[in-house]
Design a binder for this molecule. Sequence first.
Ligand code: HEM
Length: 333
Amino acid sequence: MLNSDPPDHGRLRRLVNRAFTARHVERLRPRISAITAGLLDDLPARSEVDLLASFAFPLPITVICELLGIPTSERDDFREWSTTVVSNTAIPDVMYAHATAMVGYFRALLAAKRHEPTDDLLSALITARDSDDSLSEDELVSMAFLLLVAGHETTVNLIASGVLALLLNPRELDRLRADPSLIGGAVEELLRYTAPVSHATFRCAAEPVEIGGVWIGRGDAVFVALSGANRDPARFGDPEGLNLGRDSSGHLAFGHGIHYCVGAPLARLEAEIAFAALLDRFAGIRLAVPAESLRWRPSTLIHSLEALPVRLEPASPAGAAEPAGGIPVRWDA
Ligand code: HEM
């Protein structure tokens, strides 16, 4: 789908579009909230924890696995394969081995589901494949591959980089804590500011065109910097500043045009639930290491931290007496 043009693109996108509409996705709210709460229950208070590995990653991977009907038991394998697929530094042999492992896994899973259908998106796609020939076998495997990779490699970054952005901008964090109704706009601003997908996938110009004084010939490869567009001073005032109250509409974090992210409503919902629940559960969050020591994964496609070590200070239960020694320390400054 991501590498196809009309009419193929429309045919493929129609098959999955309905599963990701805002209305359909809203029905997942209780389940996403429950998964989020379970993950937060497991986070140790007061000792160092990698928020990326323990929260930002398992939330979207669990949701997309449940939606597609993939057992979560293999999710550490997926993480390894998928990290390689979006990496810039994987050696070709490893890239080939991991991409082949993922395709092999899907071929086996789809064969099992064809034999014994389950109530999930992959089984629905198999039915589409087998009943009206609207999908070839290779397209079916590619679709599963794309949905799994796109469904978690991206949202994990919005959550992890979003938390980091809030920790480095404590006034904005306080603003969100003071007014939780800001959450919808906050997610849009964090999408603009963190650009979880930093570049669109490679495109080739179908027609010659001049953009911003640059001539692009027919067939030329184009690599669109979404993160650059999101910090365009001609579009956003003070683009390098995080401002949760601004109107961030028009950001390009989900791309643009026919390939605009099909999972945007799901990503928005997951992020809203994740940020709100995390801030509600922990009165103080602070980085456990100096910000300068945080490392980013080598990828021109994905803008992703390798880890986000933090210390968490739980909120006192409503109505509980303050502990001796006064109000709990706020760690988010
Ligand atoms: C914060 C989270 C997300 C971000 C920032 C994001 C970003 C993007 C971007 C920039 C594109 C366009 C790429 C291009 O034009 O080359 C895209 C496409 C796509 N995204 Fe997302 N995405 C996110 C979450 C998701 C989720 C949760 C899913 C769920 C399955 C998903 C599925 C897809 C698919 C299938 C496409 C291809 C659409 C097409 O070709 O028509 N994404 N995404």
